[in-house]
Design a protein around this ligand. Sequence first.
Ligand code: FAQ
Length: 318
Amino acid sequence: MNDNIVALPSEEKFQARIDAEEKIEPKDWMPEKYRQNLIRQISQHAHSEVIGEQPEGNWITRAPTLERKAILLAKVQDEAGHGLYLYSAAETLGITREEMIDRLHKGISKYASIFNYPSLTWADIGAIGWLVDSAAIVNQVSLQNTSYGPYARAMVRICKEESFHQRQGYNIMMVLMQGSEEQRAMAQDSLNRWWWPALMMFGPHDGESAHSAQSMKWKIKRRSNDDLRQQYVDQAVQQAHAIGLEIPDPDLKWNEDRGHYDFGEIDWDEFERVISGDGLCNRQRIAHHIKAHEDGAWVREAMAAYDSKRRARATDVA
Ligand code: FAQ
């Protein structure tokens, strides 16, 4: 740390470290609001990874081939792993896993709105991998440079795995688009249903985003919601057109001056409804999570008993 920084009062010293692109580590001093904001964002991110297993898990037993089944199974397991890295990163901030899960079950802590939409057809597994994982990557690449060390490091591995997820989803869509008329229609229908929810993943417009200004100052977020959404649209439109899919947006148009696509307005009433717990699948997703959590209680108890026995044995030996 440089000498000028050491002489400043805590808050200023902290901001100076952020401005100098230093990583903040768990035992470092940090403002309480920084800690709380990180716990909020990282735990919601973790919940998203885990709840996101549900719409995909719905198709594991119905995947069209053994190969597709094995790939989907591996992807869903990866998402569980992402949840694990993220819960662990949040725990370094002084909150327990149990508290985070409790907040999820009580509706205090959110998770990505997209997972409150149903996966109705096999093409939806393509759309989730292509559109949802792409959106996750666009955001998470920027989070590899977030100011909190454990979160930034978790993002590096997560981004690598999400890239494989994105490719498997796009490959499903590509194969369907090379198939029968019915298969092409299924792929298009899936894009029609998932496009707008995918754009909502980036959150409210910058001017409406409650946390953005402070999160950008603390470099918890590195790019704004609208900026990331624009990059995503520019990428996804080209990918859709390359395989013959049409983006369901009459206002979508290349803007030569801006060098970006213009696109239509998100239905923000729908967004608000879904993040407030009133989407198509919110109740089902949480009920399923609570049941799985309760059914798995004996595993956690057995692990805790094994761990305390192991520690006691280690103390005896010492
Ligand atoms: N859904 O002030 P902002 C994945 C909430 S991972 C639900 O703009 P912020 C992998 C927000 O929490 C996908 N809630 O908030 C996968 C806040 O509420 P609060 C998850 C949303 O934090 C793929 C309020 O609105 N990725 O998909 C949403 O600055 C396939 C005000 O909003 C991450 O979590 C939303 N879409 O920006 C898994 C990335 N948008 O907390 C399985 C990390 C906003 O005050 C299958 N997170 N809200 O009650 C972030 O980058 C940010 O948290 C944002 C929101 C950009 C999501």
